[in-house]
Ligand binder design. Structure first.
Ligand code: ARG
Ligand code: ASP
Length: 732
């Protein structure tokens, strides 16, 4: 296991005493909690301007003219990106483009390892399935969504009214242009509804990515940490049909002409500067009650961390032995490691802040105030529902982190499901398209599958399942299998040894044989496979025994939250509330600021190339600086990207931190200065502040951004792709 403590010490190249000066000088700039809806930004603009912003609300969000919102996109389904040229050039993180870069990689063309740069438009690589969504507009539609509803109606009736009204709004919105998509989202647990209308582009090509030794420099060792030196960016281009509208991939498509793109600031970033982050945070739960928080920090996080530690150890062992396995598992491994490490910071942060106790105290005051109002008893009711829910949440967490992580069984289940559909459909066309889907699924699966990792992980997680899940909550199939085989290891031998899915040739043979026997055999032959059976048995147990109860209780809890949320707003009328993140566009603002992670230590707000060279170590995979960068460092060939470092010598800026409230999904978001120009790309948060999805500590929560000048330096000096700079526009 990667020791968090040793990592912390290793990476903590912290400045000390003198920097306390900084912190006291700049502590006037208050750290800012909140992710605000752009359409309501006029309510915040006074505060933003007071803190240094020099533009207006209409510059951020407007439906009448081009505004910054037109240069910010949802990249894929969980990252943000920004337009930086009039020809559809888009910036996001390396880790956001990671799976695309990986898909184009092989041992011969290892773009993950070596980087990729299209030197002309014709070399830009298409990415099937990747989309980029522009927000056309957002609107408060609460009245329209609740039209026909009156207090006193049942919840089921309310639901169907909400659904039907939303459908009408969505249908109307999508009929208004090519590539339109729309959603109605509940905010504040259903106290408010907003319509979001998007234009979705689907021909998105990879233009450039640095080698992982830059784009993922520091790897999982430095992930979620400051001081940071990761060049976490990649570049894509949006293509459109000749009419500039969204279109499927075609050679005839042309670069998209955006309504708006960012001008890039070359002026640099200083401690105390105003910044704002414009992007798509995924999920926060700032208003949940103490019991919800306690479950996360005391039960769920610790168990999930332990389970993932086992899998990560196994992956790391095999990946360090073989380049082929490293490529196969790099994307999977990054995903597993990422939440694993975040949960550790989150759990510690919640404990350190005493959030459970603070919330309990708040709930007492709330209950006192609520006495005799329509909010009376809510806290107590929530409390008892949480207690009922807990064993089911626990079982679900275990299911997700054990049975559902077995790759072979996931593939077998998905594949058999499709196959049965193909056999049962009466339409030959439909069957053909399902068969094509199956072929694609199999190809993707086998390309990145390494059985020894899967088998060892199976043994490790099934052992934990056996030990930690209470008897009444285990699937019968699991108990029977453990009885039959005596141990997870023997069970694994049988399952992986006998499954036809373990081998693509065996699978093809089995299918050919089964089809020859006719449709009935066809269906059963794969369904009886041990890997498919495993997936199905666990799924049935979850769907029948766990999920329904979980759903019912969660629904009751959410309903109570609707009132609890409203009650909190009435209880604290002075407080500025913001809706929890839900992967819709938000504005977070704050300032560039260091922080003190521990007594006697203060972290500065920016890092430079010096730190990369201090970490350089060819023996350590995560810190192996590419030769080209070493050479540039030796010759100090920084060109126009040089700045003067703290020691008065020439260096290059790399990353900086600020007090913006961000979350998962904000990766790739533009970090913007007081004049609305691009100064950085958001990509992470500091480890001590990862509890900000639940509770924000202004002293510790910092977002981490890549300095845009480092991006330009890499493109120009390392990649030799300066033709891309010609498309961009710059400001001081
Ligand atoms: N922690 C960042 C985020 O949540 C970056 C993750 C990618 N990097 C990695 N080393 N796994 O997305
Ligand atoms: N790295 C995260 C992302 O991918 C950002 C964060 O959680 O701060 O969105």
């Amino acid at each position: 296991m990667k020791g968090i403590l040793t990592t912390l010490n290793g990476a903590a190249i912290a400045a000390t005493v003198a920097s306390w000066l900084f912190s006291s000088i700049f502590s006037i700039a208050r750290a800012d909690e909140g992710m605000w809806l752009p359409v309501l930004v006029q309510e915040r603009i006074g505060d933003m301007q007071e803190k240094g912003f020099r533009l207006d609300a209409e510059d951020i969000y407007s439906i009448n003219r081009a505004s910054l919102k037109d240069a910010v996109v949802l990249f894929g389904r969980g990252c943000t990106g920004e337009l930086i040229s009039g020809e559809g050039l888009l910036l996001t993180n390396h880790h956001c483009g990671y799976s695309q870069i990986q898909k184009h990689s092989s041992v011969e063309h290892d773009y993950l390892r070596d980087g990729f740069w299209a030197m002309s438009r014709s070399e830009e690589l298409p990415n099937e399935g990747l989309t980029v969504s522009f927000l056309d507009r957002m609107e408060d539609v609460t009245d329209a969504v609740l039209a026909g509803y009156s207090e006193g109606m049942g919840e089921t009736q309310r639901d169907s009214i909400v659904k039907a009204n939303s459908r009408i709004l969505i249908d109307k919105a999508v009929s208004q242009g090519k590539g339109m998509e729309a959603d109605v989202e509940a905010l504040y647990y259903g106290n408010q509804y907003f319509l979001f209308v998007y234009r979705v582009f689907r021909d998105i090509r990879l233009v450039g990515a640095p080698p992982s030794s830059i784009g993922k420099f520091g790897g999982d060792t430095d992930n979620w940490m400051w001081p940071r030196h990761t060049g976490d960016f990649s570049i894509f281009r949006i293509y459109a049909g000749k009419d500039n509208n969204p279109a499927d991939y075609s050679e005839d498509n042309v670069p998209y002409t955006p309504k708006k793109y960012f001008s890039i600031s070359l002026g640099g970033v200083n401690e105390g500067d105003f910044t704002f982050v414009y992007g798509y945070p995924g999920r926060t739960q700032e208003y949940i009650m103490s019991e919800g928080v306690r479950y996360i920090s005391e039960i769920s996080d610790p168990h999930k961390i332990a389970l993932r530690s086992l899998r990560l150890d196994i992956q790391d062992r095999y990946m360090s032995r073989s380049q082929a396995v490293r490529i196969q598992y790099s994307s999977k491994n990054a995903g597993v490691a990422n939440s694993w490490k975040k949960w550790q910071g989150e759990m510690r942060g919640i404990r350190k802040m005493g959030t459970v106790e603070k919330k309990q105290e708040y709930e007492k005051r709330f209950a006192g105030w609520a006495d005799g109002t329509r909010y009376a008893g809510i806290v107590q009711k929530l409390d008892s529902l949480y207690r009922l829910l807990e064993p089911y949440s626990y079982a679900a967490d275990y299911y997700n982190e054990t049975a559902r992580t077995v790759e072979l069984s996931r593939f077998a289940t998905a594949y058999t499901g499709l196959r049965n559909k193909a056999i049962l459909t009466s339409s030959e066309d439909r069957a053909d398209s399902i068969r094509a889907e199956m072929a694609g699924l199999a190809e993707t699966f086998y390309k990145d599958y390494y059985l020894p990792i899967d088998r060892e992980s199976f043994i490790a997680v099934m052992d934990m399942f056996d030990r930690n899940v209470p008897a009444g909550f285990k699937p019968e199939y699991f108990v029977r299998s453990m009885d039959k085989y005596g141990s997870a290891a023997v069970w694994a031998d049988s399952l992986f040894g006998n499954s036809v899915f373990a081998d693509s040739t065996a699978l093809a043979g089995a299918i050919a044989a089964a089809s020859a026997e006719g449709p009935d055999t066809d269906i059963t032959v794969l369904a009886d496979d041990p890997a498919a059976e495993f997936g199905r048995a666990f799924e049935e147990w979850y769907m029948e025994g766990i999920l329904p109860v979980r759903r019912r209780l969660s629904r009751e809890i959410t309903l109570l939250y609707r009132d609890y949320m409203k009650g909190q707003m009435e209880f604290e009328p002075e407080k500025d509330f913001y809706p929890d993140a839900n992967l819709t566009l938000r504005v977070a603002y704050g300032s560039v600021q260091g922080y003190s992670p521990a007594d006697g230590t203060y972290y500065l707000s920016s890092s430079t190339l010096e730190g990369i060279m201090q970490k350089d170590n060819p023996e350590i995979f995560d810190y192996d600086v590419p030769e080209r960068l070493r050479e540039i460092y030796r010759t100090k060939d920084y060109g126009r990207w040089a700045i003067t470092g703290a020691d008065g010598k020439k260096t290059v800026p790399v990353c900086f931190i600020a007090t913006n409230h961000t979350s998962g999904g904000n990766s790739g978001s533009p970090v913007i200065n007081a004049d609305g120009n691009l100064i950085g790309i958001n990509f992470d948060r500091v480890w001590e502040g990862t509890m900000s999805d639940i509770v924000f500590d202004p002293d510790l929560c910092r977002n981490i951004a890549l300095d845009i000048r480092y991006v330009l330096f890499i493109i120009d000096k390392v990649a030799g792709a300066s033709h891309l700079l010609d498309e961009m526009s710059f400001s001081e």
